[in-house]
Design a protein around this ligand. Structure first.
Ligand SMILES: [Zn+2]
Length: 154
């Protein structure tokens, strides 16, 4: 998924790391001929990349970013009370991650492109929802679950 570059820092070895809007970090090494990123070498070059998109493989892998804080939880829903909006494709806002907690039963969690995955969630198997990814859920028989939303405070 394309994510906006919001900043840069250097790791312990001095390599540049891009900070993405999804809260993932990504190394942006200049290592020709494999990675031709001469822009990483200068402050001006890095500045010119702020606001530009970078493909985030960690979002595609549904990897939970570090250091998120809980914002709020939905009520607990069951197979009869799932809001219609959750049963058709929808997204969280930019900068907001979701975590589906199943208390009992099984919930089908469908991620659309570019992730394109279907997962069966159960107690102890949470569903990770990256910002902006179209997804929906479907009850597989009796189920109860809620969704918790997270962000990172700036
Ligand atoms: Zn990401």
């Amino acid at each position: 998924m394309n994510r906006t570059i919001e900043g840069f820092h250097q790791d312990e070895e001095g390599d540049w790391v891009a900070e993405l809007a999804c809260f993932h970090n990504q190394h942006v090494r200049h290592n020709p001929p494999f990675f031709n990123r001469s822009w990483t070498a200068t402050a001006q070059g890095r500045e010119s990349m702020l606001g530009q998109p970078l493909e985030c493989g960690r979002c595609l892998q549904l990897e939970w970013p570090e250091n998120l804080e809980s914002l709020r939880c939905t009520p607990v829903f069951d197979q009869d009370s799932i809001p219609a909006g959750l049963r058709k494709d929808h997204t969280t806002k930019e900068g907001v991650w979701g975590l589906i907690h199943v208390s009992s039963g099984t919930l089908r969690y469908v991620c659309q492109a570019p992730v394109s995955r279907e997962l069966l969630l159960e107690p102890g198997i949470n569903g990770i929802i990256p910002p902006g990814l179209p997804h929906h859920v479907k009850a597989e028989g009796l189920v109860s679950f809620y969704v918790e939303f997270f962000t990172r405070r700036s």
